[in-house]
Design a protein around this ligand. Structure first.
Ligand SMILES: [Mg+2]
Length: 314
């Protein structure tokens, strides 16, 4: 394990370090609580051994501060074991209240210290596995299984966040709604497996366009999601008129260039998409309004012959 040893007495620190090294652990030393708090994130220890009485910042304060860091990730938990000369009931209670997991006297027999550390390491490993599993679950819950894009649920959550930000900072905001032209006919003609493959290819093309725009700085934090069925949405925070139009045009063009055969798609003979969009210089209305307008324009794009983008009102 990597152990952060917080101890102001150099002599004691040397003795404890040597002992921990002999157990096979790596030791990072902090000479008081303040130093411990400062090195905690970078050191990322598996376990902390904390003294109470230290100059500058004592062990209770350092423990509270370290626990405060961890609240950002509710599964993060580094075991903190107090190792102190003054093992009074009051100190034990204060240490646990501050966020310590256990409390031992410095005169504790070596095998007891060793055993306690083992128990702490087990808990830390479990927390770590939970944290990983939790992250994976979160990732799965936010993605569409077929295309790997954000799903509708995640899109709605993320849109609320960026919408509020745009309102607060008086930044423009744009949404594109798009739909694969004659997709039902595609499925009827080529089968659902080919339909799934088509959706995946379209999703990849959309991701490529949006990622490229973000990387080139044309947009900041634009994202694409599968809205449902053969519908997709692109959310573009801080959208300049140029970015708004260039993303829509790139999407039409890139999907056209995929040249996925689609005999039943009117004159085109290949898979195409239609887009409806709305961009606001100042987001004022409710978020639902912007999606509704984009959706209305999507229908206009369909009526006007498909394979096109309708981006503004007449
Ligand atoms: Mg001390």
């Amino acid at each position: 394990m990597k152990i952060l040893l917080v101890e102001d007495s150099r002599a004691l620190a040397a003795v404890i370090s040597a002992r921990l090294n002999s157990f096979g652990h790596d030791v990072v030393l902090a000479e008081n609580g303040k130093v411990a708090v400062e090195v905690f994130n970078e050191a990322a220890p598996d376990l902390i051994l904390m003294d109470i009485d230290m100059p500058v910042m004592n062990g209770f304060e350092a423990t509270s501060r370290i626990r405060a860091f961890e609240t950002s990730n509710k599964w993060a938990w580094t075991p903190i074991l107090f190792l102190t000369a003054s093992d009074t009931p009051d100190n034990l209670v204060t240490a646990i209240e501050a966020g310590a997991d256990d409390f031992l006297s410095k005169s504790v027999p070596e095998p007891v210290l060793h055993a306690k550390m083992k128990a702490m390491a087990r808990i830390a490993a479990l927390r770590h596995r939970l944290s990983m599993a939790n992250q994976k679950l979160y990732e799965q819950a936010s993605r569409d299984g077929l295309t790997g894009l954000f799903n509708r649920r995640h899109m709605d959550m993320q849109t609320d966040v960026v919408w509020e930000e745009a309102q607060r900072e008086h930044q423009p905001f744009a949404v594109l709604m798009l739909d694969i032209d004659n997709f039902k006919k595609f499925n009827d003609h080529y089968g659902h497996q080919a339909g799934d493959e088509c959706l995946r290819n379209i999703a990849d093309a959309l991701s490529n366009v949006v990622n490229a725009a973000n990387e080139q700085g044309t947009t900041q934090g634009a994202f694409v999601a599968r809205y449902g069925g053969e519908e997709f949405a692109v959310v573009i925070p801080r959208a300049s008129p140029e970015a708004y139009e260039s993303i829509a045009n790139s999407i039409i063009e890139n999907i056209h260039n995929l040249r996925i055969p689609h005999e039943r798609n009117a004159d085109w003979g290949i898979v195409t998409v239609s887009i409806g969009g709305e961009r606001l210089d100042l987001p004022g209305n409710k978020i639902a309004t912007i999606f509704r307008t984009a959706d209305t324009r999507l229908y206009q794009a369909k009526e006007k012959g498909r394979n096109r983008a309708e981006l503004r009102g007449n």
